[in-house]
Write a protein that binds this ligand. Structure first.
Ligand code: SAM
Length: 437
């Protein structure tokens, strides 16, 4: 029988980044000029649970909270994705609200910010291990879910094992710990699918490689459970228990379910505007959602519903000379692409109505953005954001720049959505700090 200490044997990390600024002490890191964190461990705490496209790195969220946050205040991430800033808020002693329209992001962000009872999780992990062994010994077979193209994306043995594993999770774990195991299950779905691991989009492993590919559902799952338990232990040791988190599935354009003037700090990385081409949150999440039991049509509609995903009339008036200039250049040769880019910024501007309504006067908003390229034209989102925000009562405070040192973003992508057609993607991020007037 495994005990918590066995699962956690490698957890003795150096706790280098305690929430000092929020307790009023100065912190050496605030004097570091560099925001790159090229060699930093980005998988500490519950950040190790699951990957997600274009994740913010925890060190950036942590530092922004130290610099601009307030103890016991409320942090909002209106595009929370996997919940990086929400996890960091709890570690730093702030309450947090996250919004995302992708149900997989919401599921993951909730799990990452939950203080699961470690003893109960270990107990259920042991029960689950015995349960799985029992089911396998008995030769129990569970019908895999039926969704479009499941045979294309999963080998027969992966389908059978995943179906049995999911059944076992629902049979042998308590509702209070279940999501911890379902996150490890989701990671296992991805790892044992026929998708290429170096892509966020749904591309299949080439047929020649598939012949030799042997998905390892159970070993993968147990490896994930062990790793996530270490992350959970680390999170529990540092999480400020009196803090609370709400993660809401919703569209930031439409409604942020908070009262006026209640948010002390915004830390967020909005979509880049290329969900249809490069950073496809929906494609990344589709198989995971289908295995988790979400409706097919929800799983398939995410990229269409994301900012800039479909044509709709602008609801707000804003003015950005930099955007106009950029659109003119793209429009000269590619009018359709210019219209798509404009749609993204129309949608993005709309979010400012709600973001501004809930932010307290004199509070800060930290936006981590990248300047992507469309048809060879670089779009300076960092400048466009400042111009748009100024129309809603935000003043530019400062901008930090960071090089993207790791493979969190694909280094090359296919802007035309064709596999094999490559072009350089972003190698820099800009952290734009705005202050509400
Ligand atoms: C760059 S990702 C955020 C990643 C996050 N910072 C993390 O560390 O995982 C942007 C997120 O915005 C979400 N999103 C796009 N349009 C949205 C909208 N209208 N309302 C709420 N969320 C939206 C996407 O689903 C995606 O999860």
């Amino acid at each position: 029988m495994k005990r918590a200490s066995d699962w956690m044997d490698a957890t003795e990390r150096v706790r280098e980044q305690l929430p000092l600024a929020l307790t009023g002490l100065s912190y050496a890191e605030d004097h570091i000029e560099d925001w790159d964190y090229a060699t930093a461990d980005t998988k500490s705490h519950t950040h190790c649970y699951h990957i997600y496209p274009a994740m913010m790195i925890p060190q950036v969220a942590r530092r922004l909270i130290r610099l601009y946050g307030r103890p016991e205040g409320t942090l909002l991430d209106p595009f929370c994705g996997s919940g990086t800033s929400l996890v960091e808020a709890r570690l730093a002693g702030m309450h947090a609200v996250g919004i995302d329209l992708n149900p997989f992001a919401v599921f993951l962000a909730r799990a990452k910010t939950t203080c699961f009872d470690l003893g109960a999780v270990v107990q259920d992990a042991n029960a689950l291990r015995q349960g799985v062994e029992h089911l396998l010994k008995q030769g129990v077979s569970i019908e895999p879910p039926r969704f479009f193209n499941i045979d294309y994306w999963f080998k027969p043995e992966a389908r059978t094992d995943l179906a049995l594993l999911k059944h076992a999770i629902y049979t042998y774990t308590a509702p209070s710990t279940r999501d911890f195991f379902l996150v490890a299950f989701a990671a296992t779905v991805r790892e044992s699918s026929n998708t290429r691991r170096d892509e966020y989009k749904l591309y299949r492993i080439p047929t020649s490689e598939l012949l030799h590919y042997r998905p390892q559902v159970f070993p993968t799952f147990w490896e994930r459970v062990g790793r996530n338990l270490r992350g959970l232990a680390e999170f529990l040791a540092e999480c400020v228990q009196r803090t609370w988190v709400h993660v809401i599935e919703g569209d930031t354009r439409l409604k942020i379910p908070l009262e006026d003037n209640t948010v002390d700090l915004i830390v967020t990385s909005p979509p880049y505007g290329d969900s249809q081409t490069t950073v496809a949150y929906g494609q990344f999440s589709r198989l995971l959602l289908q295995w988790l039991g979400f409706e097919d049509k929800i799983a398939k509609s995410i990229d269409r519903r994301t900012l800039g995903g479909q044509k709709r009339a602008a609801r707000v008036v804003y003015h950005s000379p930099t955007l106009n200039q950029t659109l003119d250049t793209i429009h000269a040769h590619h009018p359709n692409r210019a219209a798509q880019v404009k749609q993204f910024y129309d949608d993005f501007s709309e979010c400012f109505l709600e973001i501004t309504r809930v932010a307290k006067p004199e509070s800060y908003a930290c936006f981590v953005v990248g300047n992507r390229t469309v048809k060879g034209v670089r779009i300076p989102t960092d400048l466009i954001l400042i111009e748009i925000a100024s129309c809603f009562g935000w003043k530019h405070f400062t901008t930090y720049h960071r090089r993207i040192p790791n493979k969190r973003m694909p280094l090359r992508n296919s802007p035309s959505n064709k596999l094999g057609e490559l072009c350089e993607t972003m190698t820099q991020e800009h952290i734009v700090i705005l202050r509400r007037e």
